[in-house]
Design a protein around this ligand. Structure first.
Ligand code: PLP
Length: 499
């Protein structure tokens, strides 16, 4: 049945809703709670999911009833998810979603608004304006600032670099307001970022047509932070060689270690040099939710543009990212267009048409889940969850510092990411001559942990060496879970190394 108008439709829909919610709760209690991920390797999972040949099935020609589809979901898919809500899931930047956000997502799908032209999502457009206002206030951005929700941080970073090109470079090259810098006008431009920046900054410059050498990677300091002195030196050398320093792309909460670049000093430098400052606070911006921890991400309000992703540390289900800008006109002048099929009988100049502020066209009603869950917990409640994660990260580092078996880099986390490695006794004392063996050991340990189902963390490379990486964006985790993680790693470390 696909209709809702017949007499039997409503009870059938009520039944389906209740069955679907039961399936969701079975997933929560029977699967999420069991282990962070399935133990299967990639190849095994393809076989178990698709059958022996490991190939996807053809499109269904005949119908199947909803009960069977839900059963198939439960049997085949539910056991093969990444379970961010497991208390020992110390994942990338995927949080367990807040229940009120899930309810918001459910309603979003029922409403199916297209938040591009005002009329296609009338109240959704205004709720997005409201939620973006909350984000701007959180970062203490000035009057006249603006923002737009995006699919995530990559899209927000691409849009920010588009503004640096079409607003700032246009100005620097003294082009008329109709001329956009393209082709040869992009040669000789430099954009500065650290070796810890997210890959999307490089991707943005590439898709925007900048030559490869535009990105000037400046080495981060011992704590993986970009310092203004190092950027100033790079700018001076580039100016001497005849290049045009255009923008600094800093990060507040790096993907690797949660490092926060020296944003206030970089803002001073950008001011002095007449450069665009973008801050990628996709993850770290959420620290502003906490009065106690807001100081850990200073200076965001001084950037020309800021990326902030509620689907990271605001505990929202994906997708919802955001780009915030100091001047509303920067976004509108960059993305404005007036296709003939978006004509309207009302005064569309007056109405809020989000497609005029974004690369994207059809956009989901992303704001609803954040609007509902922010109301539900308040800034205070959300901030408490962030504090809890920061406290757990500090606790994990303290436990590591006390143990000869582990080593964290950096020793203290700035936010809620902890990178560390296990040092088996045989390799502990001659670390420098055993680096490759140590690297292999971390990979083996990560896989052993995954198979054990006791906990999950990823690995990364820092200064060319392999580390375990715990991203703590999980409000279900406790200090006991941290202890359990280290005990398990210690036990598995002895087993995998045979040492
Ligand atoms: C610092 C930072 N910026 C940007 C992104 C990209 O965000 P998304 O994957 O939501 O597009 C990430 C993702 O982890 C990130 O850590």
């Amino acid at each position: 049945m696909i209709g809702y108008t017949s007499a039997e439709a409503r009870p059938a829909l009520e039944r389906l809703g209740s069955e679907a919610w039961q399936v969701a709760l079975s997933y929560l209690y029977d699967e999420q709670a069991q282990r962070p991920v399935a133990p299967e390797s990639y190849g095994e999972m393809r076989q178990h999911l698709f059958g022996n040949r490991g190939l996807p099935a053809r499109a269904p020609v005949e119908p199947t009833n909803s009960v069977d589809i839900l059963r198939e979901f439960q049997d085949r898919l539910a056991p093969r998810q990444f379970n961010a809500a497991h208390p020992r899931s110390f994942a990338y930047f995927t949080p367990p979603p807040l229940v009120m956000s899930i309810v918001g997502e459910l309603l979003t799908q029922w409403l199916n608004q297209s938040v591009d032209l005002w009329q296609a999502g009338p109240s959704a457009a205004l709720i997005e304006e409201e939620v973006v206002g909350w984000l701007r206030d959180l970062l203490e951005m000035r009057e006249g600032s603006w923002g737009v929700l995006t699919s995530g941080g990559v899209m927000a970073n691409i849009m920010a670099m588009t503004l640096a090109r079409d607003v700032h470079l246009q100005r620097r090259l003294s082009l008329s307001s109709h001329e956009r810098p393209r082709g040869r006008a992009l040669a000789g431009v430099r954009v500065y970022t650290s070796d810890q920046a997210h890959f999307s900054i490089a991707r943005a410059l590439s898709v925007l047509g900048f030559p490869r050498e535009t990105l000037h990677l400046v080495p981060s300091d011992d704590h993986f932070r970009l310092q203004a002195d190092a950027v100033a030196e790079a700018i001076a050398a580039d100016r001497g060689a005849g290049y045009l320093p255009l923008a600094i792309a800093a990060v507040a909460g790096s993907t690797n270690t949660g490092a926060v670049d020296a944003v206030p000093a970089l803002a001073d430098l950008a001011d002095r040099e007449g450069m665009w400052l973008h801050v990628d606070a996709a993850y770290g911006g959420a620290a502003r939710l906490s009065r106690r921890d807001a100081h850990r991400v200073p200076g965001l309000q001084r950037a020309d543009s800021v990326t902030i992703d509620p689907h990271k540390w605001f505990f929202q289900p994906c997708d919802i990212g955001a780009l915030l800008v100091q001047r509303r006109e920067d976004l509108r002048s960059t993305f404005m267009s007036r296709p003939e099929y978006y004509r309207a009988s009302y005064n569309s100049e007056e109405a809020l048409n989000w497609y005029e502020y974004s690369i994207e066209g059809t956009r989901r009603f992303r704001a609803l889940k954040l609007w509902m869950s922010w109301k539900h917990l308040g800034t205070t409640g959300l901030g408490r969850l962030v504090e809890h994660n920061n406290d757990l990260a500090s606790y994990l580092s303290e436990r590591i510092a006390e143990s000869p078996e582990f080593e964290a880099v950096p020793a203290l986390p700035e936010l809620s990411v902890v990178c560390f490695r296990h040092l088996p006794p045989a390799l502990r004392h001659a670390r420098n001559s055993n680096q490759e063996e140590l690297d292999r050991h971390q990979d083996q340990l990560q896989r052993a942990l995954e198979i054990s189902g006791e906990a999950w963390l990823s690995t990364t490379r820092l200064r060319g060496r392999t580390y375990l990486r715990a991203g703590i964006l999980n409000y279900f985790s406790t200090a006991d879970d941290i202890d359990h993680l280290l005990q398990t790693l210690s036990r598995l470390g002895a087993e995998v190394g045979g040492i």
